[in-house]
Design a protein around this ligand. Structure first.
Ligand code: 1FH
Length: 223
């Protein structure tokens, strides 16, 4: 039995993906304008989001559906901690806090986990498949734009326990297809993935505001 969930998710979130790519912060990022302070805020927000996803996936690792899509080699918590150490220093834990959009995102992950845990599939899919897909391009852009050496600040993009990202993605997609979910559940999972894209967009939009402020400050300083 195949639920075709992988294709449903890909097709069903196509529009949301295009919209996310068109947020000002993301467009600037893609053009190579990466301001270090905005970027480290993104990393700290992602830290809280991944802590929530990974904690809840762990809580449900015996769940009949979620156990089939539980891949500890994807976990990003440790790599984000390394990056936060790099950007904020040894006291990073005292320096970072989730933004308003990140807080709402984390709340949603916890709510879903408590009330409809099967929707965590959507949360996991939206972040991890995105990281495995666009990640390597974004890593290169961030590295060049922020003048980073190979050594630091980019651990988030490195999946040390995954040797072949393409093969892993194919495997993840066939695991999605094999999940014992009915049509109605598949539809709810696609809706939740779109909600997750929306929450990511909100985080990027907050950074757009920061970027505009930073450029304004630079212009002011040069007067
Ligand atoms: Fe993406 N993505 N992504 N992506 N993406 C691809 C697949 C997925 C970019 C490129 C690609 C985000 C961002 C960006 C997903 C989620 C998210 C693929 C591969 C490419 C090339 C398509 C394929 O295999 O056919 C670029 C460039 C991005 C920057 C503008 C953000 C992170 C989204 C999540 C919140 C997902 C779920 C997939 C898997 C689709 C599938 O089902 O196969 C991005 C936006 C990054 C903003 C940073 C900032």
């Amino acid at each position: 039995m195949s639920s075709n969930l992988a294709t449903k998710l890909r097709e069903g979130t196509k529009k949301a993906h295009t919209m996310a790519e068109n947020v000002g912060f993301v467009k600037c990022f893609l053009k190579g304008t990466v301001e270090k302070n905005s970027y480290r805020k993104l990393v700290s927000n992602l830290y809280f989001v991944y802590c929530a996803i990974e904690e809840e996936m762990e809580n449900h690792r015996q769940h009949p559906i979620l156990s089939k899509i539980y891949f500890p080699e994807l976990t990003r918590k440790k790599s984000l901690e390394q990056d936060l150490f790099y950007y904020y220093g040894a006291n990073w834990r005292e320096e970072v806090a989730p933004s308003a959009a990140a807080t709402a995102y984390v709340e949603r992950i916890k709510e879903v986990s408590a009330t409809q845990p099967e929707l965590l599939i959507a949360q996991s899919y939206t972040r991890y498949l995105g990281d495995l897909s666009g990640g390597q391009i974004l890593k290169k852009i961030a590295q060049t734009a922020m003048n980073l050496s190979e050594a630091g600040g980019l651990a988030f993009y490195e999946f040390k326990d995954i040797t072949d990202e393409k093969a892993f993605k194919a495997n993840y997609r066939s695991a999605l297809d094999e999940l014992p979910v009915d049509e109605a559940t598949a539809d709810r999972i696609v809706d939740e993935a779109n909600a997750a894209f929306g929450m990511n967009m909100k985080m990027f939009m907050e950074l757009e505001g920061n970027l505009i402020k930073a450029i304004g400050q630079m212009l002011f300083n040069s007067l």
